[in-house]
Design a protein around this ligand. Structure first.
Ligand code: RB5
Length: 145
């Protein structure tokens, strides 16, 4: 499974840790940067990862900024994206089961690397629940039209 990952300066360090973790788990990781912790604008990296997911280049995306909030807001502007800002593991599971989220955004400043690894692992390993959730997600996507 291919995962596209990106960050800003506030998320750079945890992006590197998450990338190493995902590669060790056997995921194909597309690293959309940045390559250093120099100051950048998070929407630029949200767009790169969101385009990977929207085009099918990657099945899922992971984005890290200070809070994860700006990344989610930006990524959700791209058609086909359902990005969720997650700070606890059980919500990562529910965002996949109920919302078929395809990008998880996490906080590099307020959530520990260990917790974010648990969040990303839960997100990537939980299938969409289908059934009653399918029609609701279809209605979300119809809002793009
Ligand atoms: C950068 O200072 C910060 O605004 C950014 O990382 C993020 O938290 C935005 O939502």
């Amino acid at each position: 499974m291919r995962v596209s990952i990106g960050a800003d300066h506030a998320g750079f360090e945890q992006k590197e840790q998450l990338k190493e973790h995902l590669e060790a788990e056997g995921f194909g990781v597309i690293d959309r940067g940045p390559d250093t912790d120099a100051r950048v604008d998070y929407p630029d990296f949200a767009a790169l990862v969101a385009e990977d997911v929207a085009s099918g280049e990657a099945e899922f995306g992971v984005l890290v900024c200070g809070t994860g909030i700006g990344m989610a807001v930006a990524a959700n502007k791209v058609h086909g994206i359902r990005a969720v800002n997650i700070v606890r593991e059980d919500f990562a599971v529910l965002s996949r089961e109920h919302n078929d989220a395809n990008i998880v955004t996490v906080s590099g400043r307020f959530v520990s690397p260990e917790e974010n690894i648990r969040i990303v692992d839960a997100f990537l390993s939980t299938p969409f629940g289908e059934g009653r959730h399918a029609g609701r997600v279809a209605k979300i996507m119809a809002l793009e039209e």
